[in-house]
Design a protein around this ligand. Structure first.
Ligand code: AMP
Ligand code: ZN
Length: 664
């Protein structure tokens, strides 16, 4: 086989695996084998740049930087959709259609309305040539480099596709990926993203496509435009698109009557909550493309399509007071304290207002009656004010200028959404916040010590930083409120025990901004001990896989601060781990490489955390929920029945604790 043939064979094979994994959700090789093949291809391509192909699977990792996105005029306009909210609306629509089409028999396809950012993809000779955002419908931004990193977008089509066409779809961020991104952000001391839709649409406009490649984005397609596609109906279009390699949910349904459409709507209004992504309604389209042609467009939207919007649950209540929270990084978050109200099954008392701009935008005032909504989003939000109910003497909110905890003047730097208290080492909430982070389960996991006790110890002047925890004595603690001999002993013991916590978690516990769990692990692995890490320059740090400029800068700054150095020196003297243990180096293997485990239930001989650690130390991955990508479900006692059913349905081996231990 010539090198060229080898390269092409690898590309074809990897394309197929990408399709199996990301489009069909049904991988046929392990992640490890996939990575090995990808690496082989990367090496061959590097040696033979003459065989460059813009659709190679190696380009999925991104790396192209777009400074300014080109404006592209859509060859076919991207329309909005008309909205309907009731069966009557739909019946009126049907009448309008029949008036134009006469007594032709009309069928409808129902699809879900995916809640993300619209995209138009152009394919020429089966290759993705252009990806453009909707923009104003007439013209949008070209974001091809970013879209290419989304694994479910085919770069090369299969089958008998038309020579040139545009296909439209929605870029979405599935909920579990969104949650994971947010967990990592919060652990790194950053604000969580507000919702998947905005995060997906923001991702499209990132300048660094490698950063886009890191985000678990997905692309769901729903429509082809262009002449000579040989397609005669919407339903056929969906099926054909699927055959050519696009990700098209199979939920779509053909309906003959508005009653059938309503049944689809009512079913999905309830069951949408079981989907892995957010939807905000149903899109109903006249099925025949010939009918669509006859119906045409109004100035804004097709006459042949209609969105049916799911109702977001909404209530109104009184906003009693706005208070302000200080985070451990000093970020200020305004909080709406509400008259308690029942919404989507839970009592809501508070809602985040995010920042000063949000308050201004909504013109929210204390004692206003506000509308609170819980859409797909987890946290309830205030979406507006019932202005007629506003008290006559109400006044606009004056955003605080001083920290509510330490009265330091707040600053808001350009580019920051929030105000910050810069009194990092004096602001009580920031100090206790850092200590609370230090002792938390994923950090030093100090037993016998909780967040409230930290506040108490601080208030009593017994601790001013996390190093102080290690010199606490039983005698000092016992006299405190709610403390007794036993609990004081436990606390001291818990602190002492934490000296066995491994280096990577200590590194996470230090609370360096942007250094979450994953980054801490990366740094620990790369530098092995704190002295080497402290000596690293920003350039050296950036050379570490997945460490960007922002993280590097923050690490360097952290180690320039005298107080931090002093704390670290003290922690070291108390025996806290500041290097990877020889043990750990020895115990690490790669035997579970490429395998993903989901751990569920209670175990007999090993704690859940230790079990997870064992998986990672041996090169495996720990997954949070069962999918077709899961290799094994390790089942303990009292495991949730839904996990078992799901594993059985997907044919995922369920193994016991002992089975697992035998593996390692
Ligand atoms: P709107 O922005 O409310 O006018 O709705 C139109 C948008 O809905 C389009 O730009 C699409 O991006 C989006 N959309 C989501 N799912 C679908 C679907 N299944 N069919 C058509 N449009 C959809
Ligand atoms: Zn403060």
């Amino acid at each position: 086989m010539s090198v060229r043939q080898k390269i092409e064979a690898l590309r074809a094979e990897l394309r197929e695996h990408n399709h199996n994994y990301y489009v069909l959700d049904n991988p046929t090789i392990s992640d490890y084998d996939f990575d090995m093949k990808l690496k082989e291809l990367q090496e061959l391509e590097a040696k033979h740049p003459e065989f460059y192909d813009a659709t190679s699977p190696t380009l999925r990792v991104g790396g192209d930087i777009t400074k300014n996105f080109n404006t592209i005029v859509h060859e076919h306009r991207m329309y909005s959709l008309d909205n309907s909210y009731s069966k009557e609306d739909l019946e009126d629509w049907e009448k309008r259609i029949q008036r134009i089409l006469g007594d032709a028999e009309v069928e409808f396809t129902c699809e879900l309305k995916y809640d993300g950012a619209s995209i138009s993809l152009t394919y020429e000779d089966g290759k993705l040539s252009k990806a453009v955002t909707r923009g104003d419908g007439f013209q949008g931004d070209e974001v091809t480099a970013n879209i290419k990193t989304i694994r479910s977008v085919p770069l090369q089509l299969k089958g008998d596709y038309p020579p040139k066409f545009d296909i439209r779809g929605e870029i979405i961020l599935p909920l579990d990926g969104f949650e994971k991104m947010n967990q990592e952000r919060v652990a790194a001391g950053e604000d969580p993203y507000m919702n998947p839709r905005n995060t997906a649409s923001g991702s499209l406009k990132l300048q660094d496509s490698a950063a886009v490649a890191q985000r678990p984005l997905d692309c769901l397609l729903y429509g082809i435009v262009g002449p000579n596609t040989g397609i005669t109906s919407q339903y056929e279009m969906l099926e054909k698109s699927r055959d050519w390699g696009f990700k098209v949910p199979s939920i779509a349904q053909l309906c003959k009557t508005i009653d059938e459409v309503m049944a689809f709507v009512e079913y999905w209004d309830v069951h949408r909550h079981d989907l892995p992504y957010e939807t905000d309604g149903v899109v109903i389209k006249v099925n025949s493309l010939q009918h669509q042609d006859e119906l045409g467009y109004t100035s804004k939207s097709p006459r042949w399509a209609m969105a049916y919007k799911f109702k977001a649950e909404q209530v109104s209540t009184v906003l009693n007071e706005i208070t302000y929270q200080v985070g451990r990084t000093g970020a200020i978050t305004p909080v709406a304290n509400l008259e308690p109200v029942l919404l989507a099954g839970t009592t809501v008392k508070r809602a985040s207002l995010h920042n000063a701009d949000q308050i201004e935008k909504l013109d929210i005032r204390e004692r206003d009656t506000v509308f609170v909504e819980k859409g797909g989003e987890i946290i309830p939000k205030i979406i507006g004010v019932d202005i007629p109910k506003r008290p006559a003497d109400s006044e606009p909110i004056k955003y605080i200028t001083l920290c509510p905890e330490c009265e330091t003047e707040l600053v808001r730097t350009e580019g920051d959404a929030k105000h910050y208290c810069t009194n990092f080492y004096g602001c009580p909430t920031q100090i206790t916040g850092r200590i609370q982070h230090f002792i938390s389960r994923k950090a030093m996991d100090i037993e016998g010590l909780g967040g409230e006790t930290v506040e108490l110890l601080f208030k009593e002047g017994l601790i001013r930083n996390y190093a102080d925890l290690y010199i606490l004595t039983k005698e000092q603690i016992m006299p405190l409120e709610r403390m007794a001999e036993k609990s004081a002993e436990n606390l001291v013991k818990g602190v002492a025990d934490s000296t066995t916590i491994p280096f990577e978690r200590v590194l996470f516990a230090l609370g360096i901004r942007f250094v979450g769990e994953t980054v801490a692990k990366k740094l620990a692995k790369a530098y092995k001990n704190i002295d080497a890490l402290m000596a690293a320059s920003s350039e050296e740090l950036i050379a570490v896989d997945e460490i960007g400029e922002r993280i590097a800068q923050s690490v360097v700054e952290f180690f320039q601060n005298e107080r931090n150095l002093d704390n670290i020196a003290r922690l070291k003297s108390y025996g806290v781990q500041f290097e990877i243990s020889a043990d750990k180096l020895l115990n690490q293997t790669e035997i579970l490489k490429g395998k993903t485990f989901v751990v569920s239930g209670v175990f007999e001989t090993i704690s859940r955390n230790d079990l997870k650690k064992l998986i990672e130390d041996n090169g495996g991955k720990v997954g949070s929920s069962i999918s077709s990508k899961t290799s094994f479900l390790v089942a303990g006692d009292k495991m949730g029945p839904s996990k078992r059913t799901k594993a059985e349905k997907l044919d995922i081996p369920i193994i016991t604790e002992q089975d697992f231990l035998n593996m390692v």
